[in-house]
Design a binder for this molecule. Structure first.
Ligand SMILES: Cc1ncc(COP(=O)(O)O)c(C=O)c1O
Length: 361
């Protein structure tokens, strides 16, 4: 078989997709492009983990069910262990959810612009994407979401709150209103909920069609671990668990997850710091001649600038990496920057100030 023939055997819906892509990183001293935490874990924490990894036999599989980690997550998130699945990043949880819930017969409603992975996964399982656009200020259009839910009965509705890349979020009342009319499953991606917005956990009890995904990659400063989880009612989670791969998290990540959950004091302090820095960053950026600066409940924010490409290059030449999100729907000329340490944020605002300075022009 020639390569062209083999290629033609790949599912048509996959061939039609544009790959999720991140530019290879130039050597940036200030990395503000992936919504990561700017704070690594101190050597004492890593030493304890290294010691565990040295002692733990590598020839044995991890626990079939990560019970200890689930117990700790249960205490942290306020959902019983039977209502939790742990996975290889929340991305894996989204994949498992799409495989379980969406299909050629079950559409997926997305509120665009939003996290790109949803539409790739929906396409992967053959589901039709139904789009509801955010409003002109890039906030959620709750009435339009309710209309879409009524129109596409039984569809899987994905709500990313706080939303990537806009930072907008849904309030408790918004979510209740949407859930009161929606007749299908609702996947609520709360990867950034530790930084702001409303945590949907209290809504699980009266909404068995609600499933929440969360992660260790952001507030818990564990993006390299690949550890995420979903929360739901035990009956539903029990069914979805059937399709999760066995041993999907390795013993290292399982162990580190438990260690990080014992450090919630440090995590809380860091969240408070990032939130303060975010609000200060918003004030500084709002005073500069951007076309728009979008208020965010997450650890990042989006700006719109008619000279976006020039600004991106200026930042890159200053050793600062941000994310160009201008290809997302409604995000023409937009850049997304995540909150870093105070020094990183100052380097960023100084470079942006210099860009806009009349002397430079
Ligand atoms: C909204 C959203 N959901 C999920 C993820 C994936 O997170 P994880 O690292 O847990 O796979 C990201 C990553 O940036 C994200 O922005």
């Amino acid at each position: 078989m020639d390569p062209g023939e083999a290629l033609s055997l790949i599912n048509e819906r996959i061939l039609g997709l544009t790959q999720y892509h991140l530019e290879p990183e130039p050597s940036a001293t200030v990395k503000l492009n992936q919504n990561e935490s700017p704070f690594d874990w101190p050597p004492q924490v890593k030493e304890e983990v290294a010691d565990f990894c040295r002692r733990r036999p590598w020839n044995r599989y991890p626990n079939f069910i990560p019970d200890e980690l689930k117990k700790k997550l249960s205490a942290y998130a306020g959902v019983e262990p039977d209502g939790i699945i742990v996975g290889n990043g929340s991305n894996e949880m989204l994949l498992v959810l799409m495989l379980s819930l969406a299909s050629r017969e079950r559409d997926v409603i997305l509120c665009q612009p939003t996290f790109t992975v949803y539409r790739l996964l929906a396409a992967g399982v053959g589901a039709t994407e139904r789009v509801v656009y955010l409003d002109k200020n890039l906030g959620f259009d709750v009435d339009a979401i309710c209309d879409a839910a009524r129109r596409h009965k039984g569809a899987v509705l994905v709500l990313c709150t706080p939303n990537n890349p806009t930072g907008s979020f849904l309030s408790e009342n918004d979510l209740k209103k949407i859930l009161s009319v929606h007749t299908g499953f609702c996947i609520c991606d709360q990867a950034y909920v530790e930084f702001g917005g409303y945590s949907a956990v209290p809504l699980l009890e009266s909404n068995p069609n609600l499933i929440i995904t969360r992660t260790f990659s952001k507030a818990f400063a564990g993006a390299g671990l690949r550890l995420g989880y979903m929360l739901g009612t035990p009956e539903i989670i029990g069914q979805i668990n059937k399709i999760k791969l066995p041993y999907n998290i390795n013993f290292f990540s399982e162990h580190v997850g438990g260690v990080l959950l014992s450090q919630t004091g440090t995590v809380r302090q860091r969240i408070d710091l990032i939130v303060r820095e975010r609000d200060a960053l918003f004030s500084v950026l709002s005073a500069l001649p951007f076309d728009a600066v979008y208020k965010s409940a997450a650890n990042f924010m989006m700006v719109r600038c008619s000279r976006k490409s020039e600004l991106f290059s200026h930042l890159k030449n200053s050793g600062i990496l941000v994310r160009d999100v201008s290809a997302y729907p409604m995000c023409e000329n937009c850049l997304r920057v995540n909150v870093g340490t105070s020094a990183e944020n100052k380097a960023f605002t100084d470079a942006v100030g210099e860009f806009f300075s009349p002397i430079r022009k």
